[in-house]
Design a binder for this molecule. Structure first.
Ligand code: BT5
Length: 331
């Protein structure tokens, strides 16, 4: 922890002097550490991907920051109070949700964010997998400890979908659309998925892990057929054209917190209203696939608990609290 803190302090000073050098002596004085300690931290930051020039007479200068989603970059000017106050990032894990779950069980605080550059056991819902190649994806899990009951979990998934859709829209300008319950689509293709897991004791939730996967610059040939990446949907093909992953991840964390605070303050209704503006599925014909049956109908509404209400062809309404929806294109 102290290492992270000192790295961030050093970086902050370097960022304020990108057109000049910061002398080793000034850094030592500012943070009351030895020259050797400063050197050690510079080396560590270089390993993380920072480009730092070291001139024997002039000192240090920051030339470039890493493309990797390292904690010091994410926390830099992050406009949140709780989410992302601690960020832990890995090069490769099985699943960030599993890591976050284990840490939450050990007592890690609400707001901790776990990120990985790659997952080799990325999880979807119902035992499905989430393709998580290195280079270009966002694989994020957040630990929350809200005071809610287990049957309110769908609200959190919908909240995360609202936050993710808004973050994608603001950063890329793409018309990201929510498909109930946990998909974000662009032009009908899945670019983002959400997996909410929880630990519950009797009637109360002890913690929640929200997992969000976004295909940001992920090469589409590595993705399932029905999927796409934000880069692809923006038509960016030149080698140096990329969706700014760091900006997107920060926006995502900020939106998650904003909506989480809103939920705590005003309840689910405002989130539900936003959700309705970010989807084009209400009124559309859908096929509902449940564990042991399937049927068609019109997606009618979502209810105050986050369940989907479908009008069946016979005219009756059915409330779906968990299942898969296939949109049926007509005409
Ligand atoms: C989801 O499940 O969409 C939830 C995905 C959550 C992923 C995040 S990444 C960070 C955190 N750590 C984890 O281990 N998971 C979370 P579901 O609705 O069940 O969709 C899974 C289905 O989407 C698969 O069966 C594939 O058909 C498809 N799929 C798999 N990988 C995909 C990808 N990268 N992009 C789009 N679709 C994908």
């Amino acid at each position: 922890m102290t290492h992270i803190a000192l790295d961030e302090k050093i970086l902050s000073m370097l960022r304020h002097h990108t057109s000049s050098y910061v002398s080793g002596e000034d850094l030592c004085k500012a943070f009351d550490v030895s020259r050797a300690a400063i050197w050690k931290h510079m080396e560590k930051m270089r390993e993380e991907g920072y480009s730092i020039e070291a001139s024997p007479h002039l000192g240090y200068r920051l030339l470039g920051v890493p493309d990797r989603l390292v904690p010091s970059e994410i926390r830099w000017k992050l406009k949140t109070k709780v989410l992302g106050k601690e960020v832990i990032s890995y090069k490769k894990v099985g699943s960030t949700n599993d890591v976050a779950y284990a840490l939450a069980e050990k007592g890690l605080k609400e707001g901790v964010i776990i990120l990985a550059e790659e997952q080799d056991k990325g999880k979807g819902r119902h035992g499905r997998s989430w393709t998580s190649p290195s280079r270009g994806g966002i694989y994020l899990s957040a630990i929350l400890r809200p005071r809610i009951t287990p049957n309110e979990i769908p609200k959190i998934t919908l909240l995360a979908a609202v936050a993710a859709a808004k973050a994608i829209r603001e950063v890329t300008g793409l018309q990201a659309m929510i498909k109930w319950p946990n998909d974000i689509l662009v032009s009908g293709k899945k670019v983002c998925g959400i997996l909410t897991e929880m630990k519950a004791e009797q009637d109360s939730v002890s913690f929640i892990v929200i997992g969000i996967g976004i295909n940001c610059n992920t090469p589409v040939r590595q993705l399932p057929k029905s999927a796409s990446s934000l880069r692809e949907e923006l038509g960016l093909h030149a080698r140096d054209e990329h969706v700014p992953r760091l900006e997107l991840v920060k926006k995502l964390i900020e939106k998650l917190e904003e909506d989480y605070f809103l939920l705590k303050k005003d309840g689910f209704r405002p989130i539900m209203e936003e959700w309705k503006h970010l989807t084009d599925m209400l009124g559309a014909r859908v096929r509902v696939v449940l564990q042991n049956r399937a049927f068609e109908g019109l997606a009618h509404n979502i209810d105050p608990d986050g369940a989907l209400i479908v009008r069946k062809d016979a005219g009756t309404l059915e409330r779906i609290s968990s299942g898969d929806i296939i949109m049926i294109r007509q005409g």
